[in-house]
Design a protein around this ligand. Structure first.
Ligand code: B12
Length: 226
């Protein structure tokens, strides 16, 4: 029985359906319970929260990731699924705390100064939350010092920086340097991403990792976390 509802959650994540009014990718889904209604039902049925996340939401996003890689899905499709997972995670967050499930680690994310692009960062945030990390999102257009101060205060294991402009990605190098100057570079692993950013750029500026998309962001952070 619990398998049924979990596979329905998974299917609806793939369809990118948040509520029952949503149409989804396939015909004839409108009116049927979608991710949020199914997650509520799973909670009411007493299904373990971690099972809902792993076997429903995350395995749904895994399929979305594969479809994205095979170019069967495009960015709007991925966003719809990511939003459905985000809505479900908001419902599950209080239950995670209540059940004493420890987050896998703490991450601060931000889009750097002068850069208003936040769609990619938001996807990364949602996927990391879905993967069990506690993510503090500072927002976009965040100046270097605010980011360094947040690392000092929050002491996260990871700092995820996003930049979409060649003119703003230079802040990433400056932030790595500021972390060194503040004597806290070895306390936090810095992961960078965004369309103009590359593996080579990450190496050049002394970052610890690079993710080309949200799924890589999760796997890179998972591997640095183990
Ligand atoms: C949407 C968009 C906008 C929107 C942003 C809305 C928003 N809320 O984000 C608006 C209209 C505001 C905008 C404005 C501008 N934009 Co614009 N914009 C885009 C566009 C079309 C899509 C970006 C996007 O959201 N992609 C979808 C997301 C999902 O992809 P992503 O951001 O790359 O994120 C993924 C990965 O990179 C990675 N990732 C991202 N961040 C992180 C972080 C970490 C830690 C990790 C591990 C991974 C990771 O994972 C994400 C999910 O898979 C791109 C073109 C393009 N195709 O990229 C141009 C583009 C980025 N913009 C561009 C420009 C020039 C501008 C403007 C200067 C335009 C202008 N003249 O006003 C302004 C600048 C505003 C500013 N100061 O930031 C140029 C940049 C050129 C360059 N190389 O510098 C681009 C490439 C368009 C172009 N071809 O000219 N833009």
């Amino acid at each position: 029985m619990s398998e049924d509802i979990l596979s329905l959650i998974k299917e609806n994540v793939v369809q990118g359906r948040i509520n029952q009014e949503d149409e989804g990718m396939e015909e004839g889904m409108e009116g049927k319970p979608a991710v949020t209604e199914l997650v509520q039902k799973a909670l009411d049925d007493g299904i373990d929260v971690q099972k809902i996340i792993n076997d429903g939401l995350t395995s749904g996003m895994d399929i979305v990731g594969q479809k994205f890689e095979k170019k069967e899905y495009y960015i709007p499709d991925m966003l719809a699924s990511a939003e459905a997972v985000g809505a479900a995670m908001e419902m599950l967050e209080p239950h995670l705390a209540k059940n004493g499930i420890e987050p896998k680690g703490k991450i601060i994310v931000a889009t750097v100064k002068g850069d208003l692009h936040d769609i990619g960062k938001n996807i990364v945030t949602i996927l990391l939350r879905g993967a069990g990390y506690l993510v503090k999102d500072l927002g976009n257009d965040i100046d270097d010092q605010t980011i360094v101060d947040a690392v000092k205060k929050e002491q996260p294991q990871f700092l995820g920086l996003s930049a979409l402009l060649t003119s703003t990605m230079t802040h990433m190098r400056a932030i790595v340097q500021s972390l060194k100057d503040a004597g806290i570079r070895d306390k936090v692993k810095v992961i960078v991403g965004g369309a103009p950013v590359s593996e080579q750029f990450a190496k050049d500026i002394g970052a610890d990792g690079f993710g080309a998309d949200g799924f890589q962001a999760v796997s890179v952070i998972d591997s640095l976390n183990s």
